[in-house]
Design a protein around this ligand. Structure first.
Ligand SMILES: Nc1ncnc2c1ncn2[C@@H]1O[C@H](COP(=O)(O)OP(=O)(O)OP(=O)(O)O)[C@@H](O)[C@H]1O
Ligand SMILES: Nc1ncnc2c1ncn2[C@@H]1O[C@H](COP(=O)(O)OP(=O)(O)OP(=O)(O)O)[C@@H](O)[C@H]1O
Ligand SMILES: [Mg+2]
Ligand SMILES: [Mg+2]
Lengths: 226, 226
């Protein structure tokens, strides 16, 4: 499960200070597919980064699988993330000097773990990347880069997958492929999925939707597709 | 008007060679709002970059306002673009060391032109950037960065505005604000708008939609909202 209590995140000081998260309480049970929606600037990416341990809260607590992130040093936090977390960034964050295949397996290579070949092939086929594995990010379209970022997060079959607008640059067909894959990750493998999206059609794949505004959860919906 | 004849663009050589545009013919009359749709990897960004003179065709011709881009050297092409073209990039391409205000006025500053203060304020208000002008790109959310990129393309009131997925990171409200602004740019100021989008709701603001697949125009639709 992913649990946060009274999560507050203030950016900067003085004139440019921004209260991006304002005492957010949220529990995502194991195996749930949660969608996070809200206007641009409402704190969605900040919430996702803090839940994944990629950013530290100003105050409040985060627990991933029962481990309190505040108790971990940077090195332990990195190891926990590499073992348990997959993250699809809003801006992809691919390594420009590696080709698509190397970008996808990078987290496993860094952790010294082997790649499950059949699983790698299945992800690449589902995301339509088969004939682009030798390309570097600059040789890929925007949507292809996004799909490489998604493949990277999914290939290690992490306990929790955080996805920040994963279908933003995808057409409806490739978007549906990725969303079905996330749905299956929750249903078949019990992975917890936390996905930020602006697209109600994407959110309808989730079990539950929380709505953010000005750094707070203002409403919630269960079974959006019921 | 924007006219291209037999536009072909091949990337790379050998194993990674890709035929991104395959003899595309397209005429966009002055003051038309054209949407370009198609699957991820179908050549939309490549077409937009070649029409705007940001990338050179492998063969074929492009005319902007009657000027053949092939006849221009790099310097003349840059001057033409600065005078006539606004471009909203799919990956925003903001300058990280400048704040939002400086990023928005950069094309005018580089061209030695003055900024129309009232017009600048109107664009900033429409795109909801008023309280973020002192922030640098790293201090902005994804959607806010996209809106700064949009403001930059619109502040010089160019003859042609090219927009690559301009609402990809925006919620429906800020997306509608930007699309209405582009619609008005065509209706009131006679600017030509060429917008790539995956979102049919965004495309419905346009006068005409062309559909790309594998580097070719495969179909077209007039008055999508009729
Ligand atoms: N520098 C490059 N070298 C090799 N291939 C490239 C290069 N840039 C783009 N491509 C390929 O050209 C094709 C068209 O790319 P383009 O970026 O125009 O697609 P797109 O329609 O904008 O896609 P998306 O909707 O994902 O942004 C893609 O298949 C891509 O892999
Ligand atoms: N480094 C920073 N310094 C100051 N303010 C920041 C910083 N990063 C983000 N912000 C601000 O915090 C707020 C929340 O940002 P966040 O990226 O979480 O929003 P978001 O909901 O993901 O938006 P979007 O849908 O546009 O991606 C925004 O108003 C933004 O301007
Ligand atoms: Mg965001
Ligand atoms: Mg593109």
């Amino acid at each position: 499960a992913v649990v946060t209590r009274s999560a507050t995140r203030v950016y900067g000081v003085g004139d440019t200070a921004v209260l991006a998260l304002d005492a957010v309480d949220l529990t995502v049970p194991t195996g749930q597919f949660l969608a996070v929606m809200g206007p641009s600037g409402s704190g969605k990416s900040t919430l996702l980064h803090c839940l994944a341990g990629l950013d530290r809260l100003t105050s409040g607590s985060v627990e991933l699988g029962g481990t309190a992130l505040e108790d971990l040093g940077d090195k332990e936090l990195t190891h926990l993330r590499r073992r348990e977390v997959g993250f699809i960034f809003q801006s992809y964050n691919l390594v420009p000097t590696l080709d698509a295949r190397e970008n996808i397996t990078l987290p496993l290579d860094l952790a010294g773990r082997t790649v499950d070949g059949a699983w790698f092939d299945r992800i690449v086929a589902t995301l339509g990347l088969g004939d682009r594995l030798d390309h570097r990010p600059s040789q890929l379209s925007g949507g292809q880069q996004q799909r490489v970022a998604a493949a990277r997060a999914l290939v290690s079959r992490p306990t929790v997958v955080f996805a920040d607008e994963p279908t933003g640059a995808l057409d409806s067909t490739s978007g549906a492929e990725l969303l079905s894959f996330l749905r299956q990750a929750a249903d078949e493998f019990g992975q917890t999925i936390v996905m930020v999206t602006h697209d109600p059609a994407a959110a309808s794949y989730a079990d539950r939707i929380v709505f953010l505004a000005d750094g707070r959860i203002v409403s919630e919906m269960l079974d959006p597709d019921a």
